[in-house]
Design a protein around this ligand. Structure first.
Ligand code: GBH
Length: 480
């Protein structure tokens, strides 16, 4: 039996995102993002919560770096708040030196601590002004130019110290949750009980197209003007679950499971690696899927130096009979947690959508590796919540054995994918360094390896999982 391993110099660490941890929404010249304004609309966020304070990380950079150091992490993936750097967001709007200085200092401090920064340029917090000014992602021409300008400002300010850039985090979420279901900012949907405006049948596909082109434009800017001197790499981060047929013997379920992954991931990855949208999407969406111009495709095709993979769980997938609804974004199928035999895909967590199934990680990364010509992968998020964690007394809560077991299983599956299936994976960021603002779910759901006491002045307490991560990786990473 082969002992599975991860390559020497494997870059492991933890991830966070600006709006989920920073707080300080109006300090040093920051302006609103679409999440600041979305949180003010009654009924959108559980417990009427917002990121106004969150983990107060804007004021606690030293504490966060100390936390990271304590875990032994080699890297830290965090995102920049666009509206700190260019408060109004646009290419003709002023750049905020104080915002830039904050992140320059942070990157310097991380480097001094021996921690490699992985920077996400965009983790959902679009400057609100761009949404108001021209509809944000819906206005492809304006958005692409403004995003490229923002990316260039960041490459110039931080590029000499940063070797890993992620253009967008999970464009599926910005598109579908922001413009189809309306669960996330800016909350547009055809459902008039939720939003006065929006068209779930068309807008998500327009938004996804704009984001792909903006990604391509930023990558071209980096390759043309920064890569040679700064020596970094750039890619996009895509999210997606593994899909298991509800009935393995039903070819229609087998096909539906594959289609589910295409609608979630290949929507973005096929244009980047193969230069087209998936056939299954073209077939279902027809003219609603925007057409590629030659110029756009030239920007997008081949635009990943690495594949950023966010992955949490798996589902059972059952095909649906009949024509898909106009607002169907999943591929005309049912997403289930039990299969035909009544078996659960994994144990319950605090998140309805998340049931751990480690083998799905190995299978999905292999599926992606085969489809996209064996790219280099960096896992940019992986983690879990725990059923009822927030209700536990501190001492019990810090003993998060379920989360440790999750990481053991998932990192083990990744090592198997590398060793047994030949997948080229070089890094891993666990979600998350600490409990934080969990978007529409507010603060009830916790994903951190560090407990944050929101009532007790944002004090941080490392959980068992924070301490165990180094041991898990020590077991797998090759010594020479
Ligand atoms: C990540 O997305 C995010 O990048 C991160 O910011 C977040 O904190 C973390 O997950 C934990 O949630 O609402 O039932 O329609 C993971 C991918 C895709 C998982 C959308 C939740 C919501 C399904 N997410 N999904 S539902």
């Amino acid at each position: 039996m082969t002992t599975s391993y991860l390559p020497k110099d494997f870059l492991w660490g933890f991830a966070t995102a600006s709006y989920q941890i920073e707080g300080a929404p109006h300090e040093d010249g920051r302006a609103d993002s679409i999440w600041d304004t979305f949180c003010r609309i009654p009924g959108k966020i559980a417990g009427a919560a917002s990121g106004d304070v969150a983990c107060d990380s804007y004021h606690r950079t030293a504490e966060d770096i100390a936390l990271l150091k304590e875990t032994g992490a080699k890297s830290y993936r965090f995102s920049l708040s666009w509206s700190r750097i260019i408060p109004l967001g646009g290419r003709n709007d002023p750049v905020n030196e104080k915002g830039i200085q904050h992140y320059v200092n942070f990157v310097d401090d991380l480097s001094a601590a021996g921690i490699e920064p992985l920077i996400t340029l965009f983790h959902w917090d679009l400057p609100d002004e761009l949404h108001k000014r021209y509809g944000g992602f819906l206005n492809k021409d304006e958005f692409v130019k403004d995003y490229e300008n923002y990316a260039r400002v960041c490459f110039k300010a931080f590029g000499s110290r940063v070797k890993f850039w992620i253009t967008f985090n999970e464009p599926w979420c910005s598109s579908i949750l922001g413009y189809s279901t309306g669960l996330f900012a800016p909350g547009r949907t055809s459902d008039r009980s939720k939003s006065a405006e929006g068209d779930s049948s068309t807008e998500p596909w327009i938004v996804g197209h704009s984001i792909l082109i903006a990604h391509g434009a930023a990558v071209k800017a980096y390759r043309d003007d920064f890569k040679a001197k700064d020596g970094g790499q750039i890619g996009i981060t895509l999210n997606g679950d593994w899909a298991v047929p509800w009935d393995e013997n039903d070819p229609q379920d087998v096909e539906a499971a594959n289609r589910k992954i295409e609608f979630a991931i290949s929507w973005f990855a096929d244009p980047i690696y193969l230069g087209k949208y998936p056939d299954s999407m073209l077939k279902q969406l027809g003219d609603r899927l925007p057409k590629w111009t030659d110029e756009e495709l030239a920007l997008v095709k081949g635009s990943n130096d690495f594949y950023g993979m966010n992955h949490y769980c798996a589902n059972y997938i059952r095909h649906k009979e009949g024509e898909p609804a106009k607002d169907d974004f999943a591929g005309n199928l049912e997403i289930l947690y039990q299969n035909k035999k009544g078996e659960w895909i994994g144990p319950e967590t605090q998140s309805v959508w998340l049931r751990p199934h480690p083998l799905g990680f190995r299978k999905l990364i292999k599926w992606l590796s085969d489809r996209y010509g064996s790219p280099t992968f960096y896992v940019t998020e992986n983690g879990t919540s725990l059923k009822g964690e927030s209700q536990l007394p501190l001492e019990q809560l810090l003993d998060d054995e379920f989360r440790c077991e999750y990481f053991r299983g998932y990192v083990g599956a990744l090592a198997d994918a590398h060793t047994l299936d030949g997948v080229d994976v070089r890094g891993y960021s666990a979600w998350s360094l600490m409990d934080n603002f969990e978007w529409a779910e507010g603060y009830e759901t916790r994903f951190g390896v560090t407990y944050v006491d929101y009532e007790g002045g944002q004090k941080r307490y490392p959980k068992k999982s924070a301490k165990e991560m180094a041991q898990i990786f020590a077991k797998y990473i090759k010594k020479e």
